[in-house]
Ligand binder design. Structure first.
Ligand code: SF4
Ligand code: SF4
Length: 703
């Protein structure tokens, strides 16, 4: 970090209370009854502190952020309580007063960078404008001897954008989601605010980008005593960087205290339930979801708001409101049975091992390439750009009843590989064989069988389900295309599939927009399994879902794989989910497989530096790993149009040597396990790598 030129705005010192939320209640006018989105929420934030706020979707996390910023929409209002910034009530401030402190003293990083950035202005100028607006460009230049544009370059470097001069002039749509999020964080940091409110700042980002952003948040706190309110559903993220956490449920704080205390000595059934939904990369544990749904907030039930989902509930939990209780100096909970809860933590079963046996090879990929924008000979002669090598000479095999994970950062070619394997896009070269027959040599009948037996589930069910089709039509379509079922058999099969994915057959008459995200993904799964597939490609199937819903869907996928004896090609950037569901893993970098083997083996003994970096970037709930600084991988994935020479990872590899810049390592089996393959010279004892001089890769922060 290089923000030494920035001065803290307020005179408050580390440990001083800077933000106070006092008995805050918020209502939205939507129908007959107001939606009581927050009720009597009290919390405080000290200078230099990170307070995490967690809970399921609908718990009120984002409403809390918007209420603090006084950004509630037209139908929202503060119905009680106050929000104070250094003692001054934000609720009582005029619009003009609020505009003068927003961005400058209290800044917000919103959940969706695409919506927050102006699509018609280059991103650098958006940061420069923020600096000028809040800091006065002239004063800024006088103090630093630099221009606002130069300061913008510094900020871009601070958020790990390695080519700021180039990125400055790019529009938001030209950048990846991770880069957009970093631009937004850079904009919020540009004025070094006293309070930074971050709403799901790492959701949807891959683990290395997430680790970068979490380290930036930590550095902010350390260097500038910024007070950070971090909203997320990712408990691993909070475990890694939050000093304290507040667990929110249906608009009420259920538990609050120091992070270690709340996570290790949990005194609320809702917190226990949330923790049990989280897959962990360090252990193979059984996940359990929280049964039921968040109640309707326009008709608040009497008594404990969590009672309908609580396994500790007794009759008197429903009789009168449950007050939040101070159970130790810093620890509060809203549960009349907290002692019993604390004495009975959920102990998930660990070392859950799969019982189904790996069968025959069902799908084999050899030398597969998928290149985009391939120039013709004349264009090449005229100096056209080379093609984008999204997938480059990949060999893989998928066996019956196994799940093979494809992991890697955004832009490494995972999704392109998944789509090419299923024939959704043509390959450039190489071969795909299904049950021993190359798809290039299949008869029409064989190809139809391949299409019916190999299905895909996409990341975002909302965009993959045609909104004009009923649920019945969506699930029935593959039955019409790939089976001989008559109409009554199709009706029966759709009802059966709905039951299998945990939905009532009455859902058949509904439309996708009437369903929650989790229900929509269940429909996508039912559709994929309709014609009894043997291979299912799952492209980030749970990354857009809430934690509890994610646990349910993972459980469903686990069960269906066994019931249908199916094989999964599971594309994910979430290694915790991969560890939970998959048997084998292939790590991709710049269109190539750099390491592959059994999940247990790769996670316990990674041998490629890229795999090591991915694993070290994952925040952990486990106390023994919690305090370790997350490893970060410098820079972005290079362009697959112009990949680096030699080992393509050498520009980011902490162990690179001279030889790595010219020679390309091949996948080679380890000496002790011929199913564990790694493309790195470091694994070969007799390679000239060991006598080659080390490369200097700057892994430190840039000045
Ligand atoms: S008060 Fe009762 S219902 Fe509410 S969380 Fe505690 S045990 Fe469960
Ligand atoms: S071959 Fe060299 S650059 Fe490539 S991963 Fe191994 S050590 Fe790093």
């Amino acid at each position: 970090m290089t923000m030494q030129n920035q001065k803290p705005r307020s005179d408050a010192k580390r440990g001083d209370e800077i933000l106070t939320v006092d008995s805050l209640s918020v209502e939205y006018e939507t129908g007959a009854n107001p939606v009581r989105a927050l009720r009597d929420v009290s919390l405080s934030l000290e200078k230099g502190e990170t307070l995490g706020v967690a809970g399921e979707s609908g718990s009120g996390k984002s409403t809390l952020a918007l209420a603090i910023l006084q950004y509630l929409g037209e139908n929202g209002r503060i119905s009680g309580g106050d929000v104070r910034l250094q003692g001054e009530s934000l609720v009582e401030m005029s619009g003009k007063q609020l505009r003068s402190i927003r961005g400058k003293e209290i800044a917000h990083v919103a959940q969706d960078p695409q919506r927050s950035l102006n699509p018609s202005i280059v991103v650098g100028r958006q940061i420069t404008e923020a600096i000028k607006l809040h800091q006065s460009a002239n004063e800024y230049v006088d103090a630093l001897g630099t221009t606002a544009r130069e300061r913008t370059y510094e900020i871009l470097r601070e958020v790990n954008i390695s080519d700021p001069e180039h990125v400055y002039d790019q529009y938001p749509h030209e950048l990846s989601g991770g880069m957009q999020q970093r631009i937004l964080i850079g904009m919020a940091l540009s004025c070094n605010p006293d309070v930074l409110i971050m709403d799901e700042p790492t959701t949807g980002l891959d683990v290395t980008t997430q680790a970068n952003i979490l380290n930036i948040i930590n550095e902010l706190r350390e260097e500038f005593d910024t007070a950070i309110l971090l909203i997320t559903h990712n408990l691993g993220v909070l475990s890694e960087i939050a000093d304290r956490v507040a667990i929110l449920y249906a608009g009420e704080i259920m538990e609050m205290g120091p992070t270690d205390t709340v996570f290790d000595s949990t005194a609320n059934p809702y917190t226990q339930g949330l923790l049990a939904t989280v897959p962990e990369v360090d252990t193979q544990k059984e996940l359990s979801s929280i049964p039921g749904q968040i109640p309707e907030l326009d008709n608040i039930p009497q008594g404990c708001i969590f009672a309908d989902r609580c396994e500790f509930a007794e009759d008197n939990c429903r009789e009168s409101p449950i007050e939040i209780e101070q159970i130790s100096e810093n620890h509060q909970t809203r549960c009349r049975r907290w002692k019993t809860v604390a004495e009975n933590p959920i102990e998930p079963e660990t070392d859950v091992s799969r019982t189904s046996e790996r069968g025959d090879k069902v799908l084999e990929i050899s030398g597969l390439k998928k290149h985009y924008d391939i120039p013709g000979p004349v264009d090449t002669f005229l100096g056209a750009d080379p093609p984008v090598k999204a997938v480059d000479s990949v060999d893989l095999a998928l066996y019956e009843r196994t799940s093979l994970a494809l992991v890697g950062e955004s832009g490494c070619g995972k999704s392109s590989l998944g789509r090419t394997v299923l024939g959704l896009t043509d390959s450039t070269d190489g071969d795909i064989s299904f049950r021993g027959t190359s798809i290039d040599e299949m008869t029409d009948e064989e190809y139809k069988r391949f299409r019916s037996e190999c299905r895909i589930i996409f990341q975002n069910p909302e965009s993959s389900l045609n909104p004009r089709n009923s649920i019945y039509e969506l699930i029935e379509r593959p039955l019409r295309l790939f089976t001989d079922y008559d109409e009554s058999e199709r009706l029966e099969r759709v009802a059966e599939l709905l039951s299998e994915v945990g939905l009532s057959p009455t859902y058949a008459s509904r439309y996708p927009h009437e369903l929650s995200g989790g229900e929509q993904q269940r429909i996508s799964i039912a559709r994929a399994f309709a014609a009894e597939p043997s291979v299912v490609v799952l492209d980030e199937p749970v990354s857009s879902l809430d934690v509890s819903v994610q646990a349910d869907i993972l459980d469903l996928l686990d069960r269906l794989r066994d019931e249908y004896s199916a094989s999964y090609l599971f594309i994910s950037h979430d290694l915790s989910v991969v560890r939970h569901l998959c048997d084998e893993v292939a790590v991709m970098y710049l269109g190539e497989i750099v390491e592959t083997g059994a999940v247990e083996d790769i996670f316990e003994n990674p041998s490629h530096p890229y795999t090591e970096s991915l694993l070290d970037s994952i925040p952990s709930l486990d106390p023994q790993f919690r305090d370790e600084q997350l490893a970060t991988l410098k820079g972005e994935v290079p362009s697959p149009r112009n990949p680096p020479s030699g080992c393509e990872f050498h520009t980011r590899c902490p162990d690179a040597r001279e030889v790595c810049t010219t020679e390309d390592p091949e996948l080679t089996a380890s000496a002790t396990d011929d199913s564990h393959l790694t493309a790195c010279f470091r694994t070969r004892e007799d390679h000239e790598y060991w006598s080659s001089p080390p490369l200097t890769i700057d892994q430190s922060d840039e000045e």
